[in-house]
Ligand binder design. Structure first.
Ligand SMILES: Nc1ncnc2c1ncn2[C@@H]1O[C@H](COP(=O)(O)OP(=O)(O)O)[C@@H](O)[C@H]1O
Ligand SMILES: [Mg+2]
Length: 261
């Protein structure tokens, strides 16, 4: 058994201000991500997938609060981190490739400049070294012509390249865990396959652990070792991906599988 990188224990997130019924967005969510593991977090729209990712970065929206639970990274509870600790953690510990790379990137800044800013926010290195790190991250993300992509604006790139650039930005500070939020939505099937292959490569070349957030069970089936099924903020089923895909126990998982066709 590989060691655990992140352990999510009994995490509940609620809307603010407090309301009747609790306003739960996440309810007592618990699971572990192991070193080099790929965990698929699946659920329909609004089930709390993105919120879970944001909670793991200490980046919940202002209208939400974590009302219970601990998120343990390398033995430390990140929910007790100071803002400064959290900023460092978001580069080297856990980082997220956000849903909708179109809006996640600044439209008037080149891709290279944005990734360089991320490196320089976390590390004291020379401009030349930062530039090299940007190109290296783009290469790790499977981009064959990193110089061209670095000098492009987000809108000039295809959906697949934009997703790769988003991943490059997330891995440029060499985190232990990459959270990828709906990385294959809005991509054609061929491009989806290539992005999923990239996750496997990143796992083997960089030893990265990956939490793959998706509404698409097909994605989980292709790359995940473990799966966590979220329904309206609660985990309704979790286990080995192969097992959950072939003999689901929760009604909700069965519905998701049936919907997949
Ligand atoms: N900034 C916000 N303010 C209020 N409610 C929000 C906000 N962001 C998300 N929500 C609500 O939280 C729930 C979970 O959302 P989200 O985590 O984005 O789900 P998913 O990523 O699974 O589609 C939804 O009901 C959504 O409407
Ligand atoms: Mg989402």
């Amino acid at each position: 058994m590989n060691k655990t990188i992140v352990s999510i224990n009994d995490v509940s997130v609620n809307l603010l201000p407090p309301r009747e019924g609790g306003g739960y967005i996440l309810r007592a969510v618990s699971f572990d991500v192991s070193q080099g593991g790929i965990v698929g977090v699946v659920g329909g729209s609004g089930s709390g997938k993105t919120t879970l990712g944001l909670a793991m970065l200490g980046l919940l929206p202002e209208v939400m609060t974590m009302s219970s639970g601990r998120i343990i990274f390398e033995g430390k509870d990140i929910t007790r981190f100071s803002d400064a600790d959290l900023r460092a953690f978001r580069g080297f510990g856990v980082s997220m490739a956000f849903q909708e790379p179109v809006s996640a990137f600044d439209p008037v800044m080149t891709i290279g400049a944005q990734i360089r800013e991320t490196v320089l926010a976390h590390e004291r290195i020379s401009p030349a070294a930062a530039r090299e790190r940007v190109l290296q991250a783009l290469r790790h993300a499977g981009i064959g012509d990193p110089v061209r992509v670095a000098s492009a604006y987000a809108f000039e790139l295809s959906g697949g390249l934009r997703q790769r650039a988003m991943i490059a930005q997330a891995i440029v500070c060499r985190p232990k865990l990459l959270i990828a939020d709906e990385p294959t939505s809005n991509l054609d099937v061929n491009t989806q396959d290539k992005i999923l292959e990239l996750f496997k490569e990143l796992r083997s070349s960089l030893g990265l652990s990956i939490m793959l957030i998706t509404h698409d069970l097909g994605v989980v089936r292709r790359v995940a070792d473990e799966v966590v099924v979220l329904c309206r903020g609660s985990v309704v089923e979790q286990g080995k991906a192969a097992q959950v895909m072939t003999s689901p126990r929760a009604e909700y998982t069965k519905l998701l599988l049936a919907a997949e066709g």
